[in-house]
Design a binder for this molecule. Sequence first.
Ligand code: ATP
Length: 473
Amino acid sequence: MFKKMPGEEPPRIVSTTPDTAVVFRPAVVKAPAIITFVLLGWRAVVSLVLTVWRHPVAVLVVAVPCVLSALYGWRTTLLLLTPVLVGLVSWGMLDRPTFMRWVGRRLLAWWRLVSVYRRHWQPVMIVSGLGKHIRGRDYLPKLGKVTCTSWADLVTVRMLSGQAVKDWADRTDNLARGFGASSCHVSVVEGGRLRLTFPRHDPLATPLPAVPIPETASVGPIEIGKQEDGQPWLLKVHGTHVLVAGATGAGKGSIIWSAIRGLLPAVRAGLVEIWALDPKLMELSFGRALFGSRYAADPGNCADLLDDAVKVMQSRAARFAGHRRSHTPTVDDPFVLVVVDEVAFLTAYQPDKELRRRISAALATLTTQGRAVGVGVLAALQDPRKEVMNIRNLFPDKIALRLDESEQVDMVLGDGARDRGALADQISPRPEVGAGVGYVRLETSPDPLRVRAAYVSDDDIRDMVTDYGEEVR
Ligand SMILES: Nc1ncnc2c1ncn2[C@@H]1O[C@H](COP(=O)(O)OP(=O)(O)OP(=O)(O)O)[C@@H](O)[C@H]1O
């Protein structure tokens, strides 16, 4: 066994590592000094070229003053650089976005690389278990490029051979704590390379006012709020079905009302009908006039309304068969959005077995066949367990707002969503910080997206009713 170990056993050495019985001195290969110098020189050149390539602005900022003062002395350097400094400051004040894009964020990226990531890389990798310390040597994943966006650091990493993406996804908490960020999101760039996203601040920390009602009639995608990267969060409702899950007070109402708000011009133009099921008699009743006769709260009426939606769907399917494969909203065939607040009241907590069966069957029919003929469902739910909502997988697009337990995240967003960074169970229960904040997983992407819905207040709903309520029959 000893023959397989490298090096030799030094006599009379006392190890400080508690469980090391035998200490080996590493094998020493004697090589001419010139080879060592060439190797070191080569490494220095490569790292210099990489630094210049990755951080040209930072290199210029450091190198130019040094070279100038070495050549002409510090007084001349100061004289020469003062106009440049004044120019940069004026640029920053007059046009901050372009200054940040071309100079500010590049400098920041270099600074974050040096002061945070490179500095803490080795201890964080070893402590988190992503790097290995084997026979006195550290095997660390390779730290690549660091870039900064307006809200986050994006760090490229080359995994160690034999590592899986899951090894990293399981340690997002260690990585976030290790590099002083509030969270970490892991995504695959290609092959063995990953991108780690560390937010520097949270753009979703404060409530957003209701999005203005669009000027033109459209069936979407509807602007609901903001994404974590500061871009508008657009939600598709036509051609899909959306399930919104969240504990009580998570802000499900703000998604429902933002969606209704964005569709109002299309409702006015006759291109959309909103059918509302409000078994809790709380949320949607507030804007009841917006739904005309297509509003139900009593479970029996809800079942009738759903059956009517199924009839519309089936008659369209019969007409479209052989002619069209997708739906374009028209005044004759408008897009029908069936909005259900707290769907579990109808599918799980409903004591009348026959009603429960009718409602579940109608919802399953709509969610399996409705989207191609222009009938969509937007349903909200508090408890995502299967016994409560057995058709949750029939909704192609899902949104998880604040949830009570970590296991519920994958129930809503699908397997592996929490590992990929959808920490819906860690959203703050304080409404001003966490209400309306959630994670979206779209049919087209496995990576969950962190978002916040704009808050549609009671006054906003009153205004919507005043401006649009008259026109709905
Ligand atoms: N998008 C939001 N931004 C900021 N605050 C919000 C937002 N949405 C809701 N709130 C606040 O959180 C409170 C609860 O919201 P809401 O009633 O929509 O939650 P919910 O998920 O529908 O709860 P429940 O299931 O109990 O009806 C609201 O009264 C409001 O003060």
